[in-house]
Design a protein around this ligand. Sequence first.
Ligand SMILES: [Zn+2]
Ligand SMILES: [Zn+2]
Length: 409
Amino acid sequence: MKIKFLGGAQEVGRLAVKIQEGNTKLMVDYGVIPEKPPEYPLPYEKVESIFVTHAHLDHIGGLPMCYQTHRPDLYATTMTANSMRPMLEDSIKIMDIEGYPKRFARDDINTLYEMVITSRYGDSSQVGELTATPYSAGHIPGSTMWKFENNMDFLITGDLYTGDTNLLNGAKPVKAETLIMESTYAGKNHVDRQQVVARFRERVKEIVDNGGKVILPAFAMGRTQELLMILATMDLKVASDGMGNALTNIYLDTPGGFLRSRSELKRAVGRTRQIRNNRMRMNALEEYDAIVTTSGMMDGGPVLRYVQELADDPKSAIFLTGYQVEGTNGRSLMETGVLNIAGAPVRPTMQMDFFDMSAHAGHDDLVSFVKEVDPERIILCHGEQREKLVEDLGEYEVILPMNGQEFEI
Ligand SMILES: [Zn+2]
Ligand SMILES: [Zn+2]
């Protein structure tokens, strides 16, 4: 088997893995690093089929570019296929607004969708000499670990979370000889999730009891819905705004067992008001105690409008729950207390807090996962500090590939 990372080997983002086994050539993901402007993987190399692990842009952001010269089959779970379209269309919008080089157009997205073959977890497909089966990766709804088998077998995790949340059950290990695994949190562990959620609930209650509002910047996929499910168990008036609403509706409309409990998500959404236009937005701060809204790193979206309105209210709060990438407004707010709204610096007097609700397995979780998969060799990718895992994986052959380097196993 020959493997070549076109991106995402020694970095978090733009994952693109080309794999050749016998005469079968396939690729897993073709993402971007969502910088300003985005960074793309090495140029697409022709394959017969592309397998998608999940709908985050660092795994799908460049996919339409693979459909400009020919038409590989695209395998994804139904949930991933349904979630991808708003993300890809939004990328085109951002290219236009920001004046970034136009790397693909709406037609390329349409071509891609003509080639989509969807599946549920556990349903196998025959692709050339390989049998491909998707398993839940526990990261966001629809997220997939793909297992490929013929006389040998390998498992590629995509992004992985092994704990249970309100929205999803954690990934269960699948036996494989070769494991290609993400390593975002190599060297770092998370605080226990239940403790984080308990402190989050306490802090939200404290702010609201004291007459303040809580603004919750949240990623559209997964985090928005998880927060709505946590807030639904509290006696609060909750609203949600931005692209998260579109994804919530896609999650509720996609059957196939991709959620831990569709009825519980539905109940949480039933207790939430979806803000759909500026008129509703005007009154939202008077009516609601907590607003869950995009963007998760505060670089755009309705969140900025709410923060601007509440900026001088020390009773209100901004609670961040997701990793804030360097260079984003969210990171700047955490580090300096200042963010940029429409070109002007704003220093809110609102309270600030951070809750680690990461959707990536921590260091020790990755090590336990490997032990249960019990592979002969491990290929680590999607991480900046992969070497930190190596000593805890001493009993296995560990490969740390680099982008652009083809190797054979
Ligand atoms: Zn992801
Ligand atoms: Zn990722």
